[in-house]
Design a protein around this ligand. Structure first.
Ligand SMILES: Cc1cc2nc3c(=O)[nH]c(=O)nc-3n(C[C@H](O)[C@H](O)[C@H](O)COP(=O)(O)OP(=O)(O)OC[C@H]3O[C@@H](n4cnc5c(N)ncnc54)[C@H](O)[C@@H]3O)c2cc1C
Length: 467
């Protein structure tokens, strides 16, 4: 008799859940994916400004732990005058680490597919304008040996550096430009401003993941939704199924092993359950008494990252900026870590992005903060001024061509901050056949890449178990 494929329930249709569903259905599992929201994509969400209502926008932001901290003009005027018509905007600024040769396209390649990605090197905004790219040829010659040594260090060395903070690494290697590089990139790679919290080992692991032949940052043409549509198509073509608007109420565990899940009051039996919800929320759908106490305590104490984003629609931007991305470093601005890193990004302003109506240019930006700071209105006002000032540093008269601006704040950008004091938990749990994936667990990269890579690692774990 032919053996039945093992049944898998995946909770959450963000990038982690969708990637896991695609890979596992390819590997012969019977996969069912449940998403509590009516839309695919989780936090990596692109919204269609032509159909978006004010009510929907507010609800969507709230569902994903974001809120609109400010806008120009006020948000009622933006919606009553249909100003977002023809635009695609995300919950907040998104850039995917890795460009054309991103982890995402590596996964899609397995299905003979790919996403068209805009990609850019990163420049730097300073008091007298900007440098693009950040590192000149001379800089590279001078500091590359040190960077390469760290980038291509063995895993054993990186493990040793896992508990060494970037503050300590700067003391050791950080002179002049090297200091600036470590200050800026370690923050932007982890979305954490406090250098005492950033692990040197993790930062170089993440950097290494970005150096694979393409430019360091990318964004899909037509928006993030393209990714989810492709992955859901792949899942369905392989016999998997996706149920939107279907929250999992409970994960059923018996004697340390998975039994199934509860949906609409009914138990559905599964061999394996994979949760991609935020680790901090796991015990809202799981009985914590089934887990070791220290495991529960660790999960509940995990902290996330935050940011303030700025979306600007402009009628004009200088030609030489189109398609480029810039970092900035704001000193002494009162955030945790004192200095804050942000980005001003013109990738979405490229006409081939198809993210804004003809003749308009979408500029995306963000500045890093802690989740607590993201919920503080006064802090958001200060950070908003910093975003505006850095934009005016490269386009001094940008306000003359401004159509509108939105400033969404988020206090759950990364599920779990990748820091020395906040170790991401493992994909494997103490419960047999319960796995956790997403940007809150241990996998290469942060944010989008961590979520996607966690699904790849899980797929390998389950393949090994099969053999
Ligand atoms: C404003 C903002 C800006 C960001 N910018 C960047 C960036 O520039 N670069 C980057 O790499 N990353 C960025 N991120 C982070 C990135 O979006 C996330 O790391 C990634 O999308 C996480 O994917 P995930 O699948 O792990 O989790 P999620 O996307 O959160 O997916 C989890 C899903 O589970 C669903 N769910 C929850 N509970 C249940 C339940 N009981 N039953 C069924 N479904 C449930 C949720 O609705 C959600 O859809 C940003 C995030 C935000 C919010």
């Amino acid at each position: 008799m032919e053996k039945q494929p093992r049944s898998i329930c995946i909770i959450g249709a963000g990038i982690a859940g969708l990637t896991a569903a695609a890979l596992l259905s390819k590997n012969g599992y019977a996969v069912t994916l449940y998403e509590k929201q009516p839309i695919l994509g989780g936090r990596a969400l692109s919204l269609n400004g032509s159909t978006l209502t004010h009510e929907d926008y507010k609800n969507i932001l709230t569902s994903y732990k974001c809120y609109l901290s400010d806008s120009i003009p006020d948000i009622n005027t933006i919606f009553s005058n249909n100003l977002l018509k023809g635009y695609v905007i995300d919950l907040g600024y998104h850039a995917i680490g890795g460009g054309v040769l991103s982890n995402l396209n590596e996964v899609l390649k397995e299905f003979d597919d790919h996403v068209d990605i805009l990609e850019s090197y990163v420049g730097f905004i300073h008091n007298s304008g900007y440098s693009f790219p950040f590192l000149s040829r001379m800089d590279k010659i001078k500091i590359l040996p040190n960077i390469l040594r760290l980038l291509f260090a063995s895993e054993k060395t990186l493990k040793r550096l896992d508990t060494v903070s970037i503050t300590e690494t700067i003391k050791r290697y950080g002179k002049r430009k090297m200091k600036l590089i470590l200050e800026v990139f370690s923050r932007s790679i982890t979305t954490v401003n406090n250098l005492d919290r950033i692990s040197t080992g993790e930062m170089f692991r993440a950097q290494r993941n970005l150096y694979r032949g393409s430019k360091p940052v990318g964004y899909p043409k037509k928006g993030l939704q393209v990714i989810h549509e492709k992955l859901s198509e792949i899942i369905k073509n392989q016999g998997g199924s996706i149920h939107l608007h279907t929250p999992i109420e409970k994960i059923i565990i018996e004697k340390g092993s998975i039994k199934g899940v509860q949906i609409n009051g009914q138990i559905q039996y599964y061999d394996i359950v994979i949760s991609s919800i935020l680790p901090q929320d796991l015990f809202t759908i799981c009985d914590e008494r089934q887990f070791p106490t220290d495991f529960v305590q660790t999960y509940k104490s995990l902290t996330a990252t935050g940011s303030l984003c700025g979306y600007y629609s402009l009628n004009h931007i200088p030609e030489e900026l189109i398609g480029k991305t810039f970092h900035f470093l704001e000193r002494n601005c009162g955030v945790d870590g004192n200095d804050a890193v942000g980005m001003i990004d013109f990738m979405a302003a490229h006409p081939s992005s198809q993210l804004s109506p003809k003749g308009t240019f979408l500029v995306q930006s963000y500045i890093i903060c802690t989740p607590k700071e993201a919920e503080d209105k006064q802090m958001m006002n200060n950070l908003r001024k910093i975003l505006d000032r850095n934009l005016s540093q490269i386009i001094p008269d940008y306000k003359r061509s401004l159509n509108w601006a939105l400033y969404p704040a988020v206090w759950h950008l990364d599920g779990v901050a990748k820091t020395i004091d906040n170790q991401k938990p493992s994909i494997i749990t103490p419960i047999k056949n319960l796995y956790v994936i997403g940007d809150g667990v241990k996998a290469m990269g942060i944010g989008f890449n961590c979520a996607l890579n966690s699904a790849r690692v899980l797929s390998e774990i389950l393949q090994q178990d099969k053999q």
